[in-house]
Design a protein around this ligand. Structure first.
Ligand SMILES: Cc1ncc(COP(=O)(O)O)c(C=O)c1O
Length: 394
């Protein structure tokens, strides 16, 4: 067998994830692998838990990175608190809400969907109506930042409604954690999960999860075992808690990665980090408008971490993305589901949310648009993005 050396391109990852990995994270990943019960690793686990609590805005004891990508976080979050026959109110305004409904159904929940059109947030009044109509509902599941549409969901009113109805609020923070404020305790969320490859500047591989004592109480009162062995927190908490007893072999290197990524988050400071994401998105939007395009999600509903751009009439979605990749080594995302072919998804996440990336992307798009005859303007999109930075930093 003659298999060639691995030599992937050095891409600028500005799609919906993975996003650019910070060099310090890559360096941490090349350090010595120890055993999953080695004292050195046990302290890595402690560090991850402390920093994740800080980032999630929670005091929850059970807060740790699940082994697996964001979907593992989703599955772990759902399967521990759902028993067959439980009512699960799931908010669906994009792909990932739909996926959460699917997961809840597979674990035996009676799923009640609260929907909003793609590109709009969920109306809290609709959640309240669903809670009133379904007394005893076990959970309300919702996506904080919907990666398929670029919408950021306001959480406080929905959290308060869940608290007053006794339902557990379960929140997907895959495209929000580390890029915009996430306040698990303040919002009354009882379960939240995320991923590493979006705003944490890490490769994909572990999924931060947090569960409150109320959520753990629901889990402990189960009549039958958690249907998933791998994601059963009644067992995993013994490894991540004080017992430190073996459950499965933790992905050591990915835990080094998230530890370093979280160190970077707190070195930068949460406020500054969120401001950096907001500024990158603002500059990107100015560039997009200078190109003659418009944003897909409405102003006020947008998450700065994932920017959806409506693809103008006559513009060839696939050809533009192909040119970005082949000629400029830039990846951006196409649309999903009903938005396929209609919108681009541009991530400004983690280490990617920086001035040089926005300006480079805008220059590249303008070159491609000129070549394809979509514009005759030169330098205006990158100038518009640069101006936003110049004004903010003046
Ligand atoms: C909001 C949201 N939830 C869940 C997932 C699933 O995460 P993963 O692809 O890491 O399994 C994603 C991935 O893009 C996401 O954007």
């Amino acid at each position: 067998m003659n298999v060639g050396e691995l030599n992937p391109h050095l891409r600028l990852l500005l799609g919906p994830g993975p996003s650019p990995v910070h060099p310090r994270v890559l360096k941490a990943m090349s350090t010595n692998v120890v055993g999953h019960l080695d004292p050195d690793f046990l302290s890595v686990m402690d560090d991850c838990q402390v920093m994740l609590r800080g980032l999630f805005g929670t005091e929850n004891r059970v807060t740790f990175p699940v082994s697996g990508t964001g979907s593992a976080g989703m599955e772990a979050a759902v399967c521990n608190v759902i028993e067959p026959g439980d009512k699960a109110i799931i908010c669906v305004n994009g792909v990932f809400g739909g996926r959460m409904a699917d997961v809840a159904g597979r674990y035996g929940a009676e799923v009640i969907k609260v929907e909003a059109p793609w590109g709009q947030p969920i109306d809290p009044t609709d959640v309240k109506k669903a809670l009133d109509a379904n007394p005893g509902a076990a959970i309300v599941g919702i996506v904080h930042a919907e990666t398929s549409t670029g919408v950021l969901q306001p959480m406080e009113e929905i959290g308060a409604a869940c608290q007053s109805h006794g339902a557990l609020l379960l929140m997907d923070c895959v495209t929000s954690l580390g890029g915009v404020p996430v306040e698990v305790d303040k919002w009354g969320a009882e379960i939240a999960y995320s991923g590493t490859q979006k705003c944490l500047s890490c490769p994909p591989g572990v999924a931060p999860l947090t569960m409150s004592e109320r959520a753990l109480g629901k889990m402990r009162e189960r009549k039958e075992k958690v249907k998933s062995w791998y994601f059963d927190v009644t067992m995993i908490e013994n490894y991540w808690g004080s017992d430190r007893s073996y459950h499965h072999t933790g992905p050591i290197t990915m835990n080094y990665a998230i530890r370093e990524a979280l160190r970077l988050v707190f070195e930068e400071g949460l406020e500054l980090r969120f401001a950096r994401h907001a500024l990158a998105s603002k500059a990107l939007q100015a560039g997009v408008e200078a190109l003659g395009l418009s944003m897909f999600a409405q102003e006020g509903d947008r998450t700065p971490t994932l920017n959806t751009v409506s693809i103008g009439e006559g513009i060839d979605d696939g050809e533009v993305r192909k040119a970005l990749l082949n000629d400029f080594n830039i990846e951006i995302g196409g649309g999903l589901g009903p938005v396929a072919g209609k919108a681009w998804r541009i991530g400004m996440m983690g280490h990617g949310a920086r001035q040089e990336n926005v300006v480079y992307l805008m220059s590249a798009l303008e070159v491609i648009f000129n070549r394809m005859g979509y514009t005759k303007k030169v330098g205006e999109a990158s100038a518009a993005a640069t101006r936003v930075y110049a004004e903010a930093l003046a």
